[in-house]
Design a protein around this ligand. Structure first.
Ligand SMILES: [Zn+2]
Length: 316
C-alpha cells in the first residue's frame, strides 16, 4: 500500500492506494500555520487513512508528498515555500519518516498534480499538455511527447513567476509583475478587498461580518450573480489568459488542464481564458487546444504523489 499527500497553502489532501492506483481511502484537512502543526496534521492524516481502510501502518510501503515551494528531492528538504513561509530548509521527508517508519519521497506540488493527471486524470488522453495549479500561488508542469519535462534541476515550469508586466506588482520571489500576483486565489481575494468600498450592495459585505473572505466565498457569490465577485473572477481569468497565451506560443500544447482550488471556478474562468488565447496567441499554434479543469482536485494530485512513491521504491 502507498500513501500520497498533497500539502498546499490552504489544505492537506491524502489518499491511500494500491500499486494499480485503486484508492482505498481519501482524507482532507486544513493546513496549520506552524511547521510542527503541519507535520502533526500530515501524520494524523496518514494514520486516519490507514485506520479507515483497516490496514496497519506497517503495510504502508512508502509515502509520496507533494509540497508547495522549491524542494531538494534527494535530501527531502523544502528549501523555501513562498506560500508556506514557516518552511525554510525544512526536512519534511525525514520528519515524516521518523514518525511513520515508512520511506518518504518529496516532490513539488505542481509536479504531483501533473503526474496524477498523467496517470489517472484527463492528461492520460494527450501527449503534449500543460497543467497549471491555481491556488495560493500558481504552479505548473508540462508533458512533452508523453514525457514529463522537469528541466536541469527538476524545477521547470514555475509558470507563476512568468513576468506579465515588466514593471508590475512586486512578487515574493523578488521579481515584479509575476503571473501569480494577478491570477492566483490570493490575487482574487486582494481584488475583492480593494474594490469592496465601491460595491455597497455586494453580498460579500454581509458574509465577511461572520467569516474571513476567501476565494471559495467569491466563487459562491459569483454564482449568486454578485457583480463584484464576477468582476474579480473575470479580471483574474483575463490575466491567466495572458500567461496561458505565452505558454501556447512557446509549447503549442494539445491541452491546458487547470488544477488547484481556483479551478473550481472553471465555468467562469475557462471561457475568458479561451477568448484571451484566441486573441493573443499565434495562428497555427492556438487552434484545437482543449481547456479543462483537473478531473478531481481532491484526489488527482495526491494520486500523483502515490505514483512517485511507487516508482521511487521500484527503482531502489
Ligand atoms: Zn514571482
Amino acid at each position: 500500500m502507498f500513501v500520497g499527500i498533497d500539502i498546499g497553502g490552504t489544505n492537506i489532501k491524502g489518499v491511500l492506494a494500491d500499486k494499480s492506483g485503486k484508492i482505498l481511502s481519501s482524507k482532507e484537512t486544513f493546513t496549520p500555520e506552524t511547521a510542527e502543526g503541519i507535520l502533526d496534521a500530515a501524520c494524523l492524516l496518514i494514520e486516519n487513512l490507514a485506520t479507515s481502510s483497516s490496514i496497519s501502518k506497517i503495510d504502508i510501503k512508502a509515502i509520496g508528498i507533494g509540497a508547495a515551494g522549491s524542494i531538494d528531492r534527494k535530501k527531502g528538504i523544502i528549501i523555501t515555500s513562498p506560500n508556506i513561509k514557516v518552511w525554510k530548509k525544512y526536512p519534511l521527508a525525514k520528519n515524516i519518516e521518523k514518525r511513520t517508519g515508512a520511506e518518504v519521497f518529496l516532490e513539488n506540488d505542481a509536479t504531483v498534480a501533473l503526474i496524477g493527471g498523467w496517470w489517472k486524470g484527463h492528461g492520460s488522453k494527450f501527449k503534449n499538455w500543460i497543467m497549471l495549479t491555481l491556488g495560493t500561488g500558481i504552479g505548473g508542469g508540462i508533458i512533452i511527447d508523453n514525457k514529463i519535462y522537469t528541466g536541469q534541476s527538476g524545477s521547470a515550469m514555475e509558470v507563476g513567476h512568468m513576468t506579465i508586466d515588466y514593471n508590475g506588482r512586486e512578487c515574493k520571489c523578488g521579481s515584479k509583475g509575476c503571473l501569480e500576483q494577478y491570477a492566483s486565489a490570493t490575487a482574487l481575494v486582494n481584488y475583492v478587498n480593494e474594490h469592496l468600498k465601491d460595491h455597497k450592495r455586494s453580498t460579500i459585505r454581509n458574509r465577511i461580518k461572520d467569516e474571513e473572505l476567501s476565494s471559495k466565498m467569491i466563487f459562491e457569490e459569483a454564482l449568486n450573480n454578485d457583480e463584484l465577485a464576477q468582476n474579480a473572477l473575470k479580471e483574474i481569468a483575463s490575466y491567466l489568459g495572458i500567461g496561458i497565451s505565452n505558454l501556447v506560443n512557446i509549447f503549442n500544447p494539445e491541452a491546458i488542464i487547470l488544477g488547484g482550488g481556483l479551478s473550481l471556478a472553471h465555468k467562469i474562468i475557462i471561457p475568458i481564458v479561451k477568448k484571451t488565447v484566441s486573441k493573443r496567441s499565434l495562428a497555427g499554434l492556438k487552434e484545437n487546444i482543449k481547456f479543462m479543469p483537473i478531473k478531481d482536485q481532491s484526489i488527482i494530485p495526491a494520486l500523483g504523489a502515490v505514483k512517485i512513491a511507487i516508482d521511487s521504491t521500484a527503482s531502489n
